[in-house]
Design a protein around this ligand. Structure first.
Ligand SMILES: *Cc1c(COP(=O)(O)O)cnc(C)c1O
Length: 356
């Protein structure tokens, strides 16, 4: 039985999008692929409100996290972390030999712009890495306000991990001044995992040109060069199947209407939050709630694993807390192509199992 996956990715993929993955492959060096990639770019530029180039990566989002860490940091990177995914970015810096410092806030709290300002005032850094939507705690960081801070410092390349938000929440990349905004396709974009993408600014490009050890596979400059000089192609062989599906799904997203889509996510979030407040508590600072997932504090001491086992028998799946927050919290995602009706159906089943 197929399940409805209310976990923060991967989530269910619509049948018509899946069917695109089954199309016959094409050459990755023909005019056809260039047209395909150019069409994807134009649509993603609309989705992310940017004129910057769009880089595709045949990897999950972590690949581009690693790539941006390597390719954008010349002096030293400041990673602002409010949970597991921020920590992961820091680890990538350390293990790639990139000079990097980690600045953490308490779990469930957001990264405040003032904190970023303080960090940057030291003049030690030339890149800032921030997670937009911290999937382990449900925090949605104020990336626009943080952008106002990074803009004050000429040297800073601003990188944002929007893996669990892009496609479900409005991110105005150019207005905010994000140099690299990266995401995976298996979360709010609603595709099978295996492809990721990012925006790439002129400033990021200039920075990367100065960096000798950018690696090979995740060398953002090389990917960018193939777009500029080889007319929308990719240095190695990309997942063409994903590209078909992404182009198709983006068409659907734009047809739905971006505001309609973002509002639908907000509506789903409202439903889950009010349910959570009725029966439990919201784990996350309520001033910084994400519209794509809700992290609920397990104030009733229920067994989350048992609940999930029973949910699975009914065709649903939610997520336990992440890392140390396992059983102390649980997570309900509401992203992609789901509707308020789907969310209500899930909550009705949870109520039924828990006897609410
Ligand atoms: C899921 C997630 C990642 C990791 O993405 P992959 O596509 O699994 O590599 C990184 N950051 C955030 C915020 C995520 O939610």
């Amino acid at each position: 039985m197929s399940k409805k996956l209310f976990v923060p990715g991967p989530i269910d993929v619509s049948e018509d999008v899946l069917a695109q993955m089954a199309r016959q492959v094409i050459s990755h060096r023909g005019i056809e692929v260039s047209t395909l990639q150019e069409e994807i770019t134009e649509k993603l530029q609309q989705l992310l409100f940017t004129k910057n180039n769009i880089l595709l990566s045949t990897s999950s989002g972590s690949g581009l996290m690693e790539g941006s860490m390597r390719c954008c940091t010349l002096k030293r990177a400041a990673v602002l972390s409010c949970g597991s995914f921020g920590d992961r970015w820091y680890k990538m810096g350390v293990l790639n030999g990139v000079p990097v410092d980690l600045f953490k806030v308490e779990l469930g709290k957001a990264i405040e712009p003032e904190m970023v300002d303080k960090v940057l005032a030291t003049n030690k850094y030339d890149t800032v890495m921030v997670t937009h939507n911290e999937t382990s705690t449900g925090i949605c960081n104020p990336i626009a306000e943080i952008g106002e801070v990074t803009q004050k410092y000429e040297d800073i390349v601003y990188c944002v991990d929007a893996v669990s938000s892009a496609g479900g929440m409005k991110i105005e990349v150019d207005k905010i001044g994000i140099d690299v905004c990266l995401t995976s396709v298996q979360k709010a974009l609603g595709l099978p995992p295996g492809l990721s993408l990012c925006t790439f600014s002129e400033k990021a490009k200039k920075r990367a040109e100065k960096i000798p050890n950018r690696g090979v596979y995740f060398d953002l400059l090389a990917i960018n060069e193939y777009i500029e000089n080889k007319n929308f192609q990719y240095p190695s062989t990309p997942s063409l199947s994903h590209m078909f599906a992404l182009n198709f799904q983006l068409e659907k997203i734009l047809k739905e209407g971006l505001d309609v889509r973002f509002n639908r996510h907000e509506d789903m979030a409202r439903v889950v939050r009010s349910w959570a407040m009725e029966h439990f508590q919201i784990f996350t600072d309520v001033n910084y709630l994400s519209n794509t997932l809700t992290v609920i504090e397990n104030t009733q001491g229920i067994s989350v694993s048992n609940l999930n086992k029973k949910l699975q028998q009914r065709g649903f799946l939610i997520a336990n807390g992440y890392g140390d927050l396992k059983e102390k919290t649980f997570r309900i995602s509401h992203m992609g192509d789901y509707t308020v009706q789907d969310v209500n159906e899930l909550l009705t089943n949870i109520n039924d199992i828990l006897g609410y």
